[in-house]
Each structure stands twice: as structure tokens, then as C-alpha cells.
Write a protein that binds this ligand. Structure first.
Ligand code: PEP
Ligand code: MG
Length: 575
């Protein structure tokens, strides 16, 4: 049956393809007493073999698309399957307790997991607990005869249907086959949206219960331009979506002509157009889209895509690759921003009532538990600085004293490296993200001490409006064009300029085509967005007059009280 849904258009593009459900199947089972233990052992052996076969196939695919390092996690999984202790204990339990294989598997796996998780002084062994959990799920699915979704094995064009996608799941999706993804939760600035934009995969998020409405193999039409999703569309609807996709592709081709053009307004004013990245691999897209800089490298992805804290050398290699890839163009690297919706499998975080208001980002870096990892990251950055033009910024700064502490640690590590004889660039800039209202209000004081600001509107809006950026129910409050937000931004830009400093923006608002004219008018110096928005923004700036945008911004800042009034003004000034 045809069904139409409306979600949040989170990554541009249109697709029509079969659904691939990325949801965990039900793995519940009944504990049974069995007379024939041999039969259970045979079932277990068959499930172990099937799981090993699946894992080696997934590993092979992962190696081809992600590289040997990323694929090595599957070796750890296969090792669990062939561990004689693990397997013999399950078989012993089947025999001694006369239990079915499912119950014995769960009992033995749980006891291994408890032991490994208890080794709090041995992070390596703690990580093994996660491997056992993963592998047990696969063996259990094979015992129960259900299929675990394996995105790495997709070999036909599909639209992924999921509750949400973690950054590592998103990174595994092969663009060749994955034509779009549609999810129950998430919004424009959720991390799945950010990844979709980087990978240039169309995405519609926040659809509520699409995983319940769709079956594997159903045809889906999805538009990341309008947020419309149709399940089992008729021929006419399919044709409509395909036409919209072609029109978008044509528009993209026009924007592509501006790849090597300067970013100048109609009256010749230059703005720096930069791109956001999550991994060194994204640099290619940054250059392909003619970006002038990287305005935000979210280094936490380096931590999230690893099964251990990345070492100083591992980080150095990543930062060096990005700096070199940009050929002397500026690169703003943000120190790690873990917490909120970003967790690490190997780092225990306390359960919090409000993770977005909790122990995250610089708060972790400046705490006793985070000091060593912060210093490691700063050393890696300082060492890499000679390979390009580095700018470092700290996330989630609320207090001037936090910046001072972070800067003091930076200075200390810099002095240490210099005394060790390590070469360090002499033009590194050190700034902060302005994403907490306290910092935006006190920007005049911060501006005396930092080299630059980068406004993180994704968080700044959620904190100013007290509206969770992931929560659909309050998304009406998530208003980038609200005059209160505009005034905060204006305050930050003016404060920086008064001290001769520059201000960038790396939240999604910087690439929002409605917000750009307002931000130009306020004199924002650098706009950093998903690489895929850069050329479109260059095209927009080219046709606007900077003096006229100043007038627009002035009016919006002084004469409006609602988003609607702001939108009317933008319309009037950009027609
Ligand atoms: C922001 O808050 O605007 C930002 C760019 O950081 P993140 O989206 O990673 O929180
Ligand atoms: Mg943020």
C-alpha cells in the first residue's frame, strides 16, 4: 500500500530504491531442557560456522572499502568464535545443565562479559567484552534462524531504513549501493545528518516510525530536498521523484562551474568559504567542491572509529594528512568533542540525565580523567603544524578560565616539544567555539584572549532556546532565524572585530541559504559548512550585494521580533 510521510530534509538529493532495514531483529528465546545434548552441540557448531563465514565476508568487504585497520576489528570477533575456552564452556554447559544451545551461549557469554568488564585496570581486556557482545549476537541470530543486518554486504541499490545511524554505521555505507537513508529520529544537525552530507547521500530523518511501516524490499521514494518519503510509490510518483532528482543533478552541475572561482559578492567583497570534515578521507570532497579552507575538523570521529584512544602518532598522521591535503590552506582542528550524543566504546562515561549539558568536550579534556588524552592530542597537533596552516579551537567553552586553562596546557606542551627539539609552526592560531550562550554574551572579554571565534550554532541554538537539537517534539523551537539568535551572533562578530580578530561559523546555519544573506550583512568572516553546500553558497554570494545585506541585517537585528518577520525581510532583500 502506498503511504506518504514527511520528515526532515537533512541531506540533499533524491532516490527511488528498495528498502534495506537496518534494525536489530528480535533475539529473544526460551530456555529449554533438552534430552539430546548432541543435537544442541551440532546446532551450536553450525551457528559458529555460519557466523565465521559471515564475518570473513564482512571483513573482506570492509577491507576493500575502509582499509585493513578498520577491518581488523572483525579479526577480534573471529578470534572469539574460535576461542577453545569459550566454545568448550558452552558445550559443557549444554551437557551439564541439559540446556538448549541458546541458553548455554547466553550464560557463558554473560560470564565472560562480566569478567572482562570488571578488569577496570586493563582497557584492552575491557574492549574484548564489546567483541564478545557483538559476536554472541551473531551466533544467537544464526541459532534462531534470523538474519542480522550487515550493511557491508549490500550489493544492490537500496535505501537504508533505520531508527538512527551511528557515525561508524554511516561511515560503512557504500555510496555505490546506498542511494539514501531514512530514519525514525534525528534532525538537521544530528551527527547522522552531518555524515550524510559529507558522504553526499540524500537523507530524510525524524520520520517517527518508518522502521515499523516498511518491510525489507518495499520500494521507497525519498527526497532529501523536501523531506518527503513515499512507501511503495505508484508509477507517476516514481517518475516525479526521478525528475526532481535529475533537476537537482543539473543544478549541481551549474554550481560545479564555480569550483575555481573566487568567493566574491556582486560588489566584490570576499568571504572565506570553508568546509567541515570528520576524517582525513573527507579532504578530497573539500577540494572537489572548491573550498578555501577547512573550518571544522571534528576530531572525535578519529576517536569514535577506533577501538582504543588514538595514540599520538596515529593522530599526528591524521592531522598531517589533512594539513598536507589542503596544501597550505587554513585548517581549523577542533579538539575532541566527546559526550552529548557521541560515545566511545572504550571510555566509560557516567549515565547522565542531560548528556548535552553534561560532562563533554573541553570539560572532559580539562578534568583529571581527560588531561592525558588532551595533552596527547595537543602534542600530535603541534607536531603536525609544520605540514600546513593550522588553527586549533576548543569546543564547549563557557568560562574565560576554561580557555585560559586549555591555553596554558597548550603552551606547556608546546614548550615541552620545543625543548625536545621538535619543529613547530610559528603561525598557529588558537581560538574557541562559541556555542554556549554565556560565551556569546561575554564575547568582548573572550575576544581579548583568543585568536578567533567559530560560532557553533548547532549547540548555540539548542542552548539558547532550551530545545534539544535531537528532539522532534520541540523542533519548532529550534529557530536559527530567531532575532535572539541573530543578536547573539552579531554580538560575537562585533566583539571579535573590535579586538581585530575574525569570526567564523561552523554550525549548520553557515550553509543555510536563508541565513547566509543575514550573516554576510553582519560581517561574518568565514563560513564553514558541509563541502556539498560550498558551491551553492558561492553562487548565492556572487549575486548578492554586501552593502544591501548590511541593511538587511541591520533591519533584522533592530526591527523584528519573530522568525516570520525575519524571513519576510530576507525575501525582500534577496529577490
Ligand atoms: C555546533 O555545535 O554548531 C558544532 C559545529 O558542533 P557539533 O555539531 O559537532 O556539536
Ligand atoms: Mg557543538
Amino acid at each position: 500500500m502506498t503511504e506518504k510521510l514527511k520528515g526532515i530534509a537533512a541531506s540533499a538529493g533524491v532516490a527511488v530504491a528498495k528498502a534495506y532495514l537496518l534494525v536489530q531483529p528480535d533475539l529473544s528465546f526460551e530456555t529449554k531442557t533438552v534430552e539430546n545434548s548432541d543435537n544442541e552441540e551440532t546446532r551450536l557448531d553450525a551457528a559458529l560456522t555460519a557466523s565465521t563465514d559471515e564475518l570473513s565476508l564482512i571483513k573482506e568487504k570492509a577491507e576493500a572499502s575502509l582499509g585493513a585497520d578498520a577491518a581488523s576489528v572483525f579479526d577480534a570477533h573471529m578470534m572469539v568464535l574460535s576461542d577453545p575456552d569459550f566454545v568448550s564452556q558452552i558445550k559443557d554447559t549444554i551437557k551439564s545443565k541439559k540446556e538448549n544451545a541458546e541458553a548455554a551461549l547466553k550464560e557463558v557469554a554473560d560470564s565472560f562479559i562480566t569478567i572482562f568488564e570488571g578488569m577496570t585496570d586493563n582497557p584492552y581486556m575491557q574492549e574484548r567484552a564489546a567483541d564478545i557482545k557483538d559476536v554472541t549476537k551473531r551466533v544467537m541470530a544464526n541459532l534462531l534462524g534470523v538474519k542480522l543486518p550487515s550493511p557491508a554486504l549490500i550489493n544492490e541499490e537500496v535505501i537504508i531504513v533505520a531508527d538512527d545511524l551511528t557515525p561508524s554505521e554511516t561511515a560503512q555505507l557504500d555510496k555505490k549501493y546506498v542511494k539514501a537513508f531514512v530514519t525514525n529520529i534525528g534532525g538537521k544537525t544530528s551527527h547522522s545528518a552531518i555524515m550524510a552530507n559529507t558522504l553526499e547521500i540524500p537523507a530524510v530523518l525524524g520520520l517517527g516510525n518508518i522502521t515499523e511501516l516498511v518491510k525489507n524490499g518495499d520500494l521507497i521514494a525519498a527526497s532529501g530536498l523536501t523531506g518527503e518519503v513515499v512507501i511503495n510509490p505508484d508509477e507517476a510518483t516514481q517518475a516525479e521523484f526521478k525528475a526532481a532528482g535529475e533537476a537537482y543533478a543539473k543544478q549541481k552541475a551549474e554550481w560545479a562551474q564555480l569550483k575555481n572561482a573566487e568567493t566574491l559578492t556582486a560588489d566584490g567583497k570576499h568571504f572565506e568559504l570553508a568546509a567541515n570534515i570528520g576524517t582525513p578521507k573527507d579532504v578530497e570532497g573539500v577540494n572537489d567542491n572548491g573550498s578555501e579552507a577547512i573550518g571544522l575538523y571534528r576530531t572525535e570521529f578519529l576517536y569514535m572509529d577506533s577501538d582504543h584512544f588514538p595514540t599520538e602518532d596515529e593522530q599526528y598522521e591524521a592531522y598531517k594528512a589533512v594539513l598536507e591535503g589542503m596544501n597550505g590552506k587554513p585548517v581549523v582542528v577542533r579538539t575532541m568533542d566527546i559526550g552529548g550524543d557521541k560515545k566511545l566504546p572504550y571510555f566509560q562515561m557516567p549515565e547522565e540525565m542531560n548528556p548535552f549539558l553534561g560532562w563533554r568536550a573541553l570539560r572532559i579534556s580539562l578534568s583529571e580523567g581527560g588531561d592525558a588524552m588532551f595533552r596527547t592530542q595537543l602534542r600530535a597537533l603541534l607536531r603536525a603544524s609544520v605540514h600546513g596552516r593550522l588553527r586549533i579551537m576548543f569546543p564547549m567553552v563557557a568560562l574565560v578560565s576554561e580557555f585560559r586553562k586549555a591555553k596554558a596546557i597548550y603552551d606547556e606542551e608546546k614548550a615541552n616539544l620545543i625543548s625536545e627539539g621538535t619543529a613547530i609552526a610559528d603561525n598557529i592560531e588558537v581560538g574557541i567555539m562559541v556555542e554556549i550562550p554565556a560565551a556569546a554574551v561575554l564575547a568582548d572579554q573572550f575576544a581579548k584572549e583568543v585568536d578567533f571565534f567559530s560560532i557553533g550554532t548547532n549547540d548555540l541554538i539548542q542552548y539558547t532556546m532550551a530545545a534539544d537539537r535531537m528532539n522532534e517534539k520541540v523542533s519548532y523551537l529550534y529557530q536559527p532565524y530567531n532575532p535572539s539568535i541573530l543578536r547573539l551572533i552579531d554580538n560575537v562578530i562585533k566583539a571579535a572585530h573590535a579586538e581585530g580578530k575574525w569570526t567564523g561559523m561552523c554550525g549548520a546555519m553557515a550553509g543555510d541559504q536563508t541565513a547566509v544573506p543575514l550573516l554576510m550583512g553582519m560581517g561574518l568572516d568565514e563560513f564553514s559548512m558541509s563541502a556539498t553546500s560550498v558551491l551553492q553558497t558561492r553562487a548565492l554570494m556572487k549575486r548578492l550585494d554586501s552593502k544591501k545585506m548590511e541593511e538587511l541585517a541591520h533591519k533584522a537585528l533592530t526591527e523584528t521580533s519573530t522568525v516570520e518577520e525575519v524571513l519576510t525581510l530576507v525575501d525582500e532583500y534577496t529577490k
